[in-house]
Design a protein around this ligand. Structure first.
Ligand code: B12
Ligand code: SF4
Length: 446
Protein backbone atom coordinates (compact mmCIF):
# COMPACT_ATOMS: atom_id res chain seq x y z
CA UNK A 1 0.00 0.00 0.00
CA UNK A 2 1.28 3.53 -0.82
CA UNK A 3 0.40 6.36 1.56
CA UNK A 4 1.05 10.01 0.76
CA UNK A 5 1.01 12.36 3.77
CA UNK A 6 0.70 16.05 2.95
CA UNK A 7 1.11 19.17 5.05
CA UNK A 8 -0.37 21.96 2.89
CA UNK A 9 0.81 25.56 3.17
CA UNK A 10 -0.85 28.93 3.02
CA UNK A 11 0.59 31.36 0.44
CA UNK A 12 3.07 33.04 2.81
CA UNK A 13 4.76 29.74 3.55
CA UNK A 14 4.29 27.81 0.28
CA UNK A 15 7.39 26.69 -1.61
CA UNK A 16 8.11 28.89 -4.67
CA UNK A 17 5.04 31.05 -3.94
CA UNK A 18 5.73 32.39 -0.46
CA UNK A 19 9.00 33.77 0.77
CA UNK A 20 9.35 32.53 4.30
CA UNK A 21 13.14 32.43 4.82
CA UNK A 22 14.84 29.09 5.41
CA UNK A 23 16.48 30.46 8.57
CA UNK A 24 13.01 30.48 10.20
CA UNK A 25 11.84 27.11 8.94
CA UNK A 26 12.15 23.99 11.00
CA UNK A 27 10.88 20.55 10.24
CA UNK A 28 7.23 19.75 10.94
CA UNK A 29 6.43 16.89 13.29
CA UNK A 30 2.85 16.05 12.38
CA UNK A 31 3.44 14.21 9.11
CA UNK A 32 6.65 12.52 10.30
CA UNK A 33 4.84 11.37 13.46
CA UNK A 34 1.91 9.99 11.46
CA UNK A 35 4.44 8.19 9.25
CA UNK A 36 5.99 6.65 12.37
CA UNK A 37 2.56 5.51 13.57
CA UNK A 38 1.88 3.47 10.42
CA UNK A 39 1.79 -0.13 11.72
CA UNK A 40 4.17 -2.60 10.06
CA UNK A 41 1.36 -5.10 9.42
CA UNK A 42 -0.27 -2.82 6.81
CA UNK A 43 2.97 -3.10 4.82
CA UNK A 44 2.85 0.48 3.59
CA UNK A 45 5.31 2.60 1.72
CA UNK A 46 5.01 6.14 3.09
CA UNK A 47 5.92 9.44 1.48
CA UNK A 48 5.63 12.82 3.23
CA UNK A 49 5.32 16.20 1.52
CA UNK A 50 5.63 19.52 3.32
CA UNK A 51 4.37 22.18 0.91
CA UNK A 52 6.57 24.73 2.66
CA UNK A 53 9.67 23.18 1.13
CA UNK A 54 8.58 21.07 -1.81
CA UNK A 55 5.93 20.66 -4.48
CA UNK A 56 3.17 18.07 -4.33
CA UNK A 57 3.32 15.65 -7.25
CA UNK A 58 -0.27 16.00 -8.41
CA UNK A 59 0.18 13.14 -10.88
CA UNK A 60 1.09 10.71 -8.07
CA UNK A 61 -1.16 7.67 -7.62
CA UNK A 62 -0.92 6.61 -3.97
CA UNK A 63 -3.57 4.28 -2.55
CA UNK A 64 -4.42 6.73 0.23
CA UNK A 65 -3.73 10.42 0.86
CA UNK A 66 -3.59 11.82 4.41
CA UNK A 67 -3.75 15.60 4.85
CA UNK A 68 -3.17 17.54 8.07
CA UNK A 69 -4.77 20.98 8.36
CA UNK A 70 -4.68 23.97 10.65
CA UNK A 71 -7.14 26.79 9.98
CA UNK A 72 -4.86 28.89 7.78
CA UNK A 73 -3.93 25.92 5.60
CA UNK A 74 -7.38 24.34 5.40
CA UNK A 75 -8.46 25.91 2.08
CA UNK A 76 -5.32 24.72 0.36
CA UNK A 77 -5.69 21.33 2.04
CA UNK A 78 -9.26 21.05 0.73
CA UNK A 79 -8.15 21.99 -2.81
CA UNK A 80 -5.49 19.26 -2.71
CA UNK A 81 -7.99 16.77 -1.29
CA UNK A 82 -10.55 17.60 -4.00
CA UNK A 83 -7.89 17.01 -6.67
CA UNK A 84 -6.93 13.53 -5.44
CA UNK A 85 -10.55 12.53 -4.87
CA UNK A 86 -11.46 13.61 -8.42
CA UNK A 87 -8.87 11.07 -9.53
CA UNK A 88 -10.49 8.35 -7.45
CA UNK A 89 -7.88 8.37 -4.67
CA UNK A 90 -9.37 8.32 -1.17
CA UNK A 91 -8.40 11.14 1.18
CA UNK A 92 -8.27 11.30 4.98
CA UNK A 93 -8.16 14.71 6.66
CA UNK A 94 -7.10 15.28 10.28
CA UNK A 95 -5.44 17.84 12.54
CA UNK A 96 -6.44 20.85 14.60
CA UNK A 97 -8.80 22.46 12.09
CA UNK A 98 -10.46 19.16 11.14
CA UNK A 99 -11.04 18.53 14.84
CA UNK A 100 -12.61 21.97 15.27
CA UNK A 101 -14.76 21.83 12.12
CA UNK A 102 -15.20 18.13 11.20
CA UNK A 103 -18.37 18.64 9.15
CA UNK A 104 -16.60 21.19 6.96
CA UNK A 105 -13.60 18.87 6.47
CA UNK A 106 -15.95 15.99 5.65
CA UNK A 107 -17.07 17.82 2.50
CA UNK A 108 -13.56 17.27 1.10
CA UNK A 109 -12.61 13.89 2.52
CA UNK A 110 -13.58 10.24 2.50
CA UNK A 111 -12.73 10.13 6.17
CA UNK A 112 -12.14 12.72 8.91
CA UNK A 113 -9.99 11.99 11.95
CA UNK A 114 -10.61 14.17 14.99
CA UNK A 115 -8.44 14.45 18.10
CA UNK A 116 -5.42 12.26 18.74
CA UNK A 117 -4.26 9.99 15.93
CA UNK A 118 -2.16 7.53 17.96
CA UNK A 119 -4.79 4.79 17.98
CA UNK A 120 -7.26 5.87 15.31
CA UNK A 121 -4.72 6.25 12.48
CA UNK A 122 -3.37 2.67 12.75
CA UNK A 123 -6.95 1.39 13.11
CA UNK A 124 -8.04 3.38 10.06
CA UNK A 125 -5.17 1.95 8.00
CA UNK A 126 -6.06 -1.60 8.99
CA UNK A 127 -9.71 -0.90 8.13
CA UNK A 128 -8.67 0.65 4.82
CA UNK A 129 -6.59 -2.39 3.95
CA UNK A 130 -9.58 -4.59 4.74
CA UNK A 131 -11.81 -2.37 2.56
CA UNK A 132 -13.90 -1.06 5.45
CA UNK A 133 -12.59 2.43 6.27
CA UNK A 134 -15.18 4.41 8.27
CA UNK A 135 -16.17 8.02 7.58
CA UNK A 136 -15.10 9.28 11.01
CA UNK A 137 -12.55 8.28 13.65
CA UNK A 138 -12.30 10.21 16.93
CA UNK A 139 -10.14 10.02 20.06
CA UNK A 140 -10.06 12.68 22.72
CA UNK A 141 -7.70 10.97 25.12
CA UNK A 142 -4.35 9.67 23.96
CA UNK A 143 -3.03 6.25 24.92
CA UNK A 144 0.08 6.08 27.10
CA UNK A 145 2.95 7.83 25.36
CA UNK A 146 5.45 5.30 26.74
CA UNK A 147 7.60 3.75 24.01
CA UNK A 148 6.33 6.23 21.39
CA UNK A 149 7.95 5.64 17.99
CA UNK A 150 10.48 8.22 16.81
CA UNK A 151 9.31 10.61 14.09
CA UNK A 152 10.29 9.53 10.54
CA UNK A 153 12.63 12.46 9.85
CA UNK A 154 14.35 10.30 7.24
CA UNK A 155 11.38 10.99 4.92
CA UNK A 156 11.82 14.78 4.96
CA UNK A 157 13.45 16.93 2.30
CA UNK A 158 16.18 17.81 4.76
CA UNK A 159 17.81 20.72 2.93
CA UNK A 160 14.60 22.76 3.19
CA UNK A 161 15.00 23.41 6.91
CA UNK A 162 17.34 25.16 9.23
CA UNK A 163 16.97 22.00 11.34
CA UNK A 164 15.07 18.72 11.26
CA UNK A 165 15.77 18.15 14.95
CA UNK A 166 12.27 18.86 16.25
CA UNK A 167 10.82 16.79 19.07
CA UNK A 168 7.85 16.80 21.44
CA UNK A 169 7.47 15.82 25.10
CA UNK A 170 3.98 16.95 26.11
CA UNK A 171 0.63 17.66 24.49
CA UNK A 172 -2.01 20.20 25.45
CA UNK A 173 -2.15 23.07 27.89
CA UNK A 174 -3.95 23.69 31.16
CA UNK A 175 -4.65 27.36 30.43
CA UNK A 176 -7.52 28.69 28.37
CA UNK A 177 -6.51 31.84 26.54
CA UNK A 178 -9.59 32.84 24.59
CA UNK A 179 -7.95 32.91 21.13
CA UNK A 180 -6.01 29.67 21.44
CA UNK A 181 -6.90 26.54 19.49
CA UNK A 182 -5.12 24.21 21.86
CA UNK A 183 -7.68 24.10 24.71
CA UNK A 184 -10.43 24.38 22.06
CA UNK A 185 -9.09 21.29 20.30
CA UNK A 186 -7.91 19.11 23.16
CA UNK A 187 -9.75 20.59 26.16
CA UNK A 188 -7.78 21.94 29.12
CA UNK A 189 -5.63 18.86 29.35
CA UNK A 190 -1.95 18.04 29.59
CA UNK A 191 -0.29 14.76 28.64
CA UNK A 192 3.30 13.81 29.27
CA UNK A 193 5.77 11.53 27.55
CA UNK A 194 8.28 9.80 29.87
CA UNK A 195 11.42 12.01 30.10
CA UNK A 196 13.70 9.02 29.36
CA UNK A 197 11.84 8.38 26.08
CA UNK A 198 12.08 12.04 25.07
CA UNK A 199 15.80 12.06 25.85
CA UNK A 200 16.39 8.83 23.92
CA UNK A 201 14.82 10.46 20.84
CA UNK A 202 16.85 13.66 21.34
CA UNK A 203 20.06 11.68 21.80
CA UNK A 204 19.43 9.93 18.48
CA UNK A 205 19.04 13.24 16.60
CA UNK A 206 21.99 14.39 14.56
CA UNK A 207 23.68 17.63 15.58
CA UNK A 208 24.04 19.48 18.80
CA UNK A 209 20.81 21.47 18.85
CA UNK A 210 17.11 20.67 18.91
CA UNK A 211 13.72 22.37 19.10
CA UNK A 212 11.06 21.28 21.56
CA UNK A 213 7.74 22.20 19.89
CA UNK A 214 5.46 21.75 22.92
CA UNK A 215 3.22 24.80 23.40
CA UNK A 216 3.51 24.80 27.18
CA UNK A 217 5.94 22.19 28.57
CA UNK A 218 6.37 24.04 31.89
CA UNK A 219 2.68 23.55 32.79
CA UNK A 220 3.65 20.77 35.20
CA UNK A 221 6.78 22.11 36.97
CA UNK A 222 7.83 18.81 38.67
CA UNK A 223 7.62 17.01 35.30
CA UNK A 224 9.47 19.84 33.55
CA UNK A 225 12.22 19.78 36.17
CA UNK A 226 12.70 16.02 35.75
CA UNK A 227 12.68 16.34 31.99
CA UNK A 228 15.20 19.17 31.82
CA UNK A 229 17.54 17.56 34.40
CA UNK A 230 17.68 14.61 32.00
CA UNK A 231 18.09 16.88 28.98
CA UNK A 232 21.10 18.53 30.64
CA UNK A 233 22.96 15.21 30.57
CA UNK A 234 22.76 15.18 26.76
CA UNK A 235 24.88 18.33 26.51
CA UNK A 236 22.81 19.76 23.65
CA UNK A 237 21.46 23.27 23.11
CA UNK A 238 17.75 23.69 22.61
CA UNK A 239 14.94 26.13 21.89
CA UNK A 240 11.33 25.82 22.98
CA UNK A 241 8.23 27.50 24.32
CA UNK A 242 7.00 28.46 27.75
CA UNK A 243 4.44 30.62 29.46
CA UNK A 244 5.42 33.56 31.66
CA UNK A 245 4.91 31.23 34.65
CA UNK A 246 8.54 30.13 34.36
CA UNK A 247 9.54 33.50 35.81
CA UNK A 248 7.68 32.73 39.03
CA UNK A 249 9.65 29.52 39.63
CA UNK A 250 13.37 30.36 40.10
CA UNK A 251 14.32 26.68 40.46
CA UNK A 252 12.65 25.80 37.14
CA UNK A 253 14.31 28.77 35.41
CA UNK A 254 17.71 27.64 36.71
CA UNK A 255 17.22 24.02 35.64
CA UNK A 256 16.01 25.10 32.20
CA UNK A 257 19.01 27.41 31.79
CA UNK A 258 21.43 24.68 32.89
CA UNK A 259 19.81 22.15 30.54
CA UNK A 260 21.16 24.02 27.50
CA UNK A 261 18.12 26.14 26.71
CA UNK A 262 19.16 29.04 24.48
CA UNK A 263 15.77 30.51 23.72
CA UNK A 264 12.11 30.37 24.71
CA UNK A 265 9.10 31.66 22.83
CA UNK A 266 6.71 33.23 25.32
CA UNK A 267 3.24 34.66 24.73
CA UNK A 268 3.42 38.07 26.39
CA UNK A 269 0.43 39.00 24.19
CA UNK A 270 -0.03 42.60 25.35
CA UNK A 271 1.52 45.49 27.23
CA UNK A 272 -2.03 46.36 28.43
CA UNK A 273 -3.02 44.52 31.60
CA UNK A 274 -6.71 45.16 30.80
CA UNK A 275 -6.32 43.31 27.50
CA UNK A 276 -4.62 40.43 29.26
CA UNK A 277 -7.71 40.14 31.46
CA UNK A 278 -9.98 40.23 28.41
CA UNK A 279 -8.27 37.26 26.76
CA UNK A 280 -8.22 35.17 29.93
CA UNK A 281 -4.43 34.96 30.18
CA UNK A 282 -4.49 35.67 33.87
CA UNK A 283 -1.02 34.26 34.55
CA UNK A 284 0.52 37.19 32.64
CA UNK A 285 1.39 40.29 34.68
CA UNK A 286 2.60 43.18 32.54
CA UNK A 287 4.49 44.78 35.42
CA UNK A 288 6.60 41.62 35.70
CA UNK A 289 7.64 41.36 32.04
CA UNK A 290 10.90 43.33 32.34
CA UNK A 291 11.99 41.20 35.27
CA UNK A 292 11.08 37.99 33.43
CA UNK A 293 13.19 38.87 30.38
CA UNK A 294 16.09 39.87 32.64
CA UNK A 295 15.86 36.57 34.52
CA UNK A 296 15.94 34.69 31.24
CA UNK A 297 18.99 36.59 30.06
CA UNK A 298 20.73 36.00 33.40
CA UNK A 299 20.33 32.27 32.72
CA UNK A 300 21.58 32.55 29.14
CA UNK A 301 18.09 32.12 27.66
CA UNK A 302 17.07 34.32 24.75
CA UNK A 303 13.52 35.65 24.70
CA UNK A 304 11.21 35.39 21.69
CA UNK A 305 8.28 37.51 22.87
CA UNK A 306 4.96 37.25 21.02
CA UNK A 307 2.41 40.07 21.03
CA UNK A 308 -1.14 40.25 19.72
CA UNK A 309 -2.52 43.53 18.35
CA UNK A 310 -6.18 44.49 17.98
CA UNK A 311 -7.37 43.45 21.42
CA UNK A 312 -10.35 45.37 22.72
CA UNK A 313 -8.33 47.68 24.96
CA UNK A 314 -5.72 48.46 22.31
CA UNK A 315 -5.59 52.08 21.20
CA UNK A 316 -3.36 53.55 18.48
CA UNK A 317 -0.46 53.96 20.87
CA UNK A 318 -0.22 50.18 21.41
CA UNK A 319 2.17 49.61 18.50
CA UNK A 320 4.79 52.08 19.70
CA UNK A 321 4.41 51.05 23.32
CA UNK A 322 5.00 47.42 22.41
CA UNK A 323 8.05 48.11 20.24
CA UNK A 324 9.43 50.40 22.95
CA UNK A 325 8.97 47.61 25.48
CA UNK A 326 10.90 45.19 23.24
CA UNK A 327 13.74 47.68 22.96
CA UNK A 328 13.76 48.43 26.68
CA UNK A 329 13.61 44.77 27.72
CA UNK A 330 16.15 43.74 25.06
CA UNK A 331 13.79 41.12 23.71
CA UNK A 332 15.93 38.92 21.46
CA UNK A 333 13.21 38.20 18.92
CA UNK A 334 9.89 40.08 18.96
CA UNK A 335 6.90 38.68 17.06
CA UNK A 336 3.63 40.43 16.32
CA UNK A 337 0.28 39.15 15.18
CA UNK A 338 -3.37 40.16 14.99
CA UNK A 339 -6.16 38.94 17.24
CA UNK A 340 -7.44 35.90 15.32
CA UNK A 341 -10.56 34.05 16.47
CA UNK A 342 -9.91 30.48 15.35
CA UNK A 343 -13.14 28.48 15.05
CA UNK A 344 -14.10 26.65 18.21
CA UNK A 345 -12.40 29.18 20.50
CA UNK A 346 -14.06 31.45 23.06
CA UNK A 347 -12.84 34.44 21.03
CA UNK A 348 -14.69 33.13 17.99
CA UNK A 349 -17.93 32.68 19.92
CA UNK A 350 -17.68 36.16 21.45
CA UNK A 351 -16.74 38.05 18.28
CA UNK A 352 -19.17 36.10 16.14
CA UNK A 353 -22.02 36.98 18.53
CA UNK A 354 -20.90 40.62 18.39
CA UNK A 355 -20.90 40.42 14.56
CA UNK A 356 -17.30 41.70 14.49
CA UNK A 357 -15.80 38.93 12.37
CA UNK A 358 -14.99 40.54 9.02
CA UNK A 359 -14.25 37.37 7.09
CA UNK A 360 -14.65 33.63 7.42
CA UNK A 361 -12.09 33.06 4.69
CA UNK A 362 -9.84 30.66 6.61
CA UNK A 363 -6.96 31.39 4.22
CA UNK A 364 -6.64 34.74 6.01
CA UNK A 365 -6.44 33.14 9.47
CA UNK A 366 -2.64 33.12 9.43
CA UNK A 367 -2.43 35.63 12.32
CA UNK A 368 -0.98 38.33 10.04
CA UNK A 369 -4.28 39.48 8.49
CA UNK A 370 -7.02 41.51 10.12
CA UNK A 371 -10.09 39.29 10.34
CA UNK A 372 -11.91 41.08 13.16
CA UNK A 373 -13.29 44.60 13.45
CA UNK A 374 -11.12 46.14 16.20
CA UNK A 375 -12.81 48.10 18.99
CA UNK A 376 -10.69 51.25 19.25
CA UNK A 377 -9.11 51.67 15.79
CA UNK A 378 -10.02 50.87 12.21
CA UNK A 379 -8.95 47.63 10.54
CA UNK A 380 -6.64 49.59 8.23
CA UNK A 381 -4.99 51.20 11.24
CA UNK A 382 -4.53 47.77 12.77
CA UNK A 383 -2.96 46.35 9.60
CA UNK A 384 -0.68 49.38 9.16
CA UNK A 385 0.26 49.34 12.85
CA UNK A 386 1.15 45.64 12.66
CA UNK A 387 3.38 46.22 9.63
CA UNK A 388 4.93 49.30 11.26
CA UNK A 389 5.74 47.36 14.45
CA UNK A 390 7.44 44.54 12.51
CA UNK A 391 9.53 47.03 10.54
CA UNK A 392 10.38 49.21 13.48
CA UNK A 393 11.47 46.29 15.68
CA UNK A 394 13.69 44.87 12.94
CA UNK A 395 15.54 48.08 11.95
CA UNK A 396 19.30 47.48 12.22
CA UNK A 397 19.52 49.97 15.12
CA UNK A 398 16.78 48.17 17.02
CA UNK A 399 18.31 44.74 16.38
CA UNK A 400 21.68 45.98 17.60
CA UNK A 401 20.22 47.61 20.71
CA UNK A 402 18.20 44.54 21.65
CA UNK A 403 20.97 42.04 21.09
CA UNK A 404 23.70 44.07 22.77
CA UNK A 405 21.45 44.44 25.80
CA UNK A 406 20.47 40.78 25.84
CA UNK A 407 23.99 39.34 26.12
CA UNK A 408 22.72 35.85 25.25
CA UNK A 409 24.14 33.89 22.33
CA UNK A 410 24.33 36.09 19.23
CA UNK A 411 25.36 33.00 17.28
CA UNK A 412 21.69 32.05 17.03
CA UNK A 413 20.12 35.46 17.50
CA UNK A 414 21.79 37.26 14.58
CA UNK A 415 20.61 34.92 11.77
CA UNK A 416 17.15 34.72 13.32
CA UNK A 417 16.89 38.52 13.53
CA UNK A 418 18.05 38.85 9.94
CA UNK A 419 15.47 36.23 8.92
CA UNK A 420 12.71 38.15 10.69
CA UNK A 421 13.98 41.43 9.21
CA UNK A 422 13.56 39.96 5.73
CA UNK A 423 10.11 38.69 6.76
CA UNK A 424 9.14 42.12 8.17
CA UNK A 425 10.23 43.89 5.00
CA UNK A 426 8.19 41.61 2.77
CA UNK A 427 5.14 41.28 5.02
CA UNK A 428 2.91 43.94 3.33
CA UNK A 429 3.57 42.42 -0.11
CA UNK A 430 3.12 38.87 1.19
CA UNK A 431 -0.12 39.81 2.93
CA UNK A 432 -1.50 41.15 -0.34
CA UNK A 433 -0.38 37.99 -2.08
CA UNK A 434 -2.38 35.88 0.37
CA UNK A 435 -5.45 37.99 -0.45
CA UNK A 436 -4.98 37.08 -4.11
CA UNK A 437 -3.89 33.50 -3.43
CA UNK A 438 -5.12 30.92 -5.86
CA UNK A 439 -5.67 27.93 -3.61
CA UNK A 440 -5.53 25.79 -6.74
CA UNK A 441 -2.01 27.00 -7.55
CA UNK A 442 -0.14 24.17 -9.30
CA UNK A 443 -3.13 21.82 -9.19
CA UNK A 444 -4.06 20.54 -12.68
CA UNK A 445 -7.46 21.80 -13.83
CA UNK A 446 -10.33 19.36 -13.36
C1 B12 B 1 5.24 23.07 15.93
C2 B12 B 1 4.14 24.05 15.54
C3 B12 B 1 4.40 24.88 14.45
C4 B12 B 1 5.65 24.74 13.60
C5 B12 B 1 5.48 23.56 12.61
C6 B12 B 1 4.06 23.47 12.10
C7 B12 B 1 3.59 22.08 11.78
N1 B12 B 1 2.40 22.01 11.24
O1 B12 B 1 4.21 21.10 12.03
C8 B12 B 1 5.73 26.14 12.92
C9 B12 B 1 6.65 27.04 13.71
C10 B12 B 1 6.20 26.17 11.47
C11 B12 B 1 4.30 26.63 13.09
C12 B12 B 1 3.82 27.69 12.39
C13 B12 B 1 2.54 28.16 12.54
N2 B12 B 1 1.65 27.79 13.47
CO1 B12 B 1 1.89 26.31 14.67
N3 B12 B 1 2.02 24.99 15.95
C14 B12 B 1 2.94 24.12 16.24
C15 B12 B 1 2.50 23.32 17.49
C16 B12 B 1 3.10 24.02 18.71
C17 B12 B 1 2.83 21.84 17.54
C18 B12 B 1 2.39 21.03 16.33
C19 B12 B 1 2.98 19.65 16.42
O2 B12 B 1 3.95 19.32 15.76
N4 B12 B 1 2.43 18.80 17.29
C20 B12 B 1 2.85 17.42 17.45
C21 B12 B 1 2.04 16.54 16.47
C22 B12 B 1 2.48 15.11 16.55
O3 B12 B 1 0.69 16.63 16.91
P1 B12 B 1 -0.49 17.14 15.96
O4 B12 B 1 0.01 18.03 14.90
O5 B12 B 1 -1.58 17.67 16.81
O6 B12 B 1 -1.00 15.79 15.26
C23 B12 B 1 -1.71 14.82 15.99
C24 B12 B 1 -3.23 14.93 15.82
O7 B12 B 1 -3.66 16.25 15.62
C25 B12 B 1 -3.55 14.03 14.68
N5 B12 B 1 -3.46 14.53 13.31
C26 B12 B 1 -3.01 15.70 12.85
N6 B12 B 1 -3.10 15.76 11.53
C27 B12 B 1 -3.59 14.60 11.10
C28 B12 B 1 -3.84 14.14 9.82
C29 B12 B 1 -4.33 12.85 9.65
C30 B12 B 1 -4.59 12.35 8.27
C31 B12 B 1 -4.57 12.04 10.78
C32 B12 B 1 -5.06 10.66 10.60
C33 B12 B 1 -4.33 12.51 12.08
C34 B12 B 1 -3.83 13.78 12.23
O8 B12 B 1 -2.62 12.98 14.83
C35 B12 B 1 -1.39 13.47 15.41
C36 B12 B 1 -0.99 12.47 16.49
O9 B12 B 1 -1.90 12.52 17.54
C37 B12 B 1 0.96 23.52 17.43
C38 B12 B 1 0.26 23.37 18.73
C39 B12 B 1 -0.40 22.00 18.79
N7 B12 B 1 -0.35 21.38 19.90
O10 B12 B 1 -0.95 21.52 17.82
C40 B12 B 1 0.86 24.93 16.83
C41 B12 B 1 -0.35 25.30 16.01
C42 B12 B 1 -0.71 24.16 15.09
N8 B12 B 1 0.13 26.42 15.21
C43 B12 B 1 -0.72 27.37 15.05
C44 B12 B 1 -0.51 28.54 14.29
C45 B12 B 1 -1.58 29.61 14.39
C46 B12 B 1 0.63 28.69 13.50
C47 B12 B 1 0.98 29.87 12.61
C48 B12 B 1 -0.15 30.51 11.82
C49 B12 B 1 1.68 30.86 13.53
C50 B12 B 1 2.37 32.05 12.94
N9 B12 B 1 2.58 33.00 13.76
O11 B12 B 1 2.76 32.15 11.82
C51 B12 B 1 2.02 29.24 11.67
C52 B12 B 1 1.39 28.69 10.38
C53 B12 B 1 2.32 27.79 9.62
C54 B12 B 1 1.81 27.39 8.27
N10 B12 B 1 2.46 26.42 7.67
O12 B12 B 1 0.88 27.91 7.71
C55 B12 B 1 -2.01 27.05 15.76
C56 B12 B 1 -3.09 26.61 14.79
C57 B12 B 1 -4.43 27.16 15.15
C58 B12 B 1 -5.42 26.97 14.08
N11 B12 B 1 -6.64 26.72 14.42
O13 B12 B 1 -5.09 27.07 12.93
C59 B12 B 1 -1.58 25.93 16.79
C60 B12 B 1 -2.65 24.91 17.15
C61 B12 B 1 -1.08 26.67 18.05
C62 B12 B 1 -2.13 27.44 18.82
N12 B12 B 1 -1.73 28.01 19.92
O14 B12 B 1 -3.30 27.58 18.54
N13 B12 B 1 3.64 25.92 14.04
S1 SF4 C 1 -0.87 29.41 27.51
FE1 SF4 C 1 -0.33 29.29 25.33
S2 SF4 C 1 -0.82 27.19 24.70
FE2 SF4 C 1 -1.85 27.56 26.66
S3 SF4 C 1 -3.93 28.23 26.16
FE3 SF4 C 1 -2.68 30.08 26.38
S4 SF4 C 1 -1.89 30.55 24.31
FE4 SF4 C 1 -2.65 28.42 24.30
Amino acid sequence: MKILLIQPSGAIHRFRVGSFPKSLRYAPLTITTLAALVPPDVEAQVEVVDEGVQLVDFEARPDLVGITIITGTSKRGYAIADHFRRRGIPVVIGGVHATLTPDEAAQHADCVVTGFGEETWPQLLRDFKAGKMQKRYAAFRPPSFKGYPHARRDLLKKDGYVTTATVWATRGCLNECDFCSIPATWGQSFYRRPPEDVCAEIAALPGNEFILVDPSPMEDPPYAKDLFREVRKLGKKWFGLSTTKIGKDPELMKIVGESGCKGLLIGFESVNQMSIGDIGKDHNTVGFYLDLVKQMHDHGIGCQACFVFGLDEDRLDVFKRTVDFCDRAHVDLPRFSTYTPFPGTAAFRKLDAQKRIITYDWGLYDVEHVVVEPMRMTSDQLRDGLHWAWNQAYRPASIARRLLGSRTSTLFAIPLNLGYRAYAQRLPEMSDRVLLDDVNEGIPAA
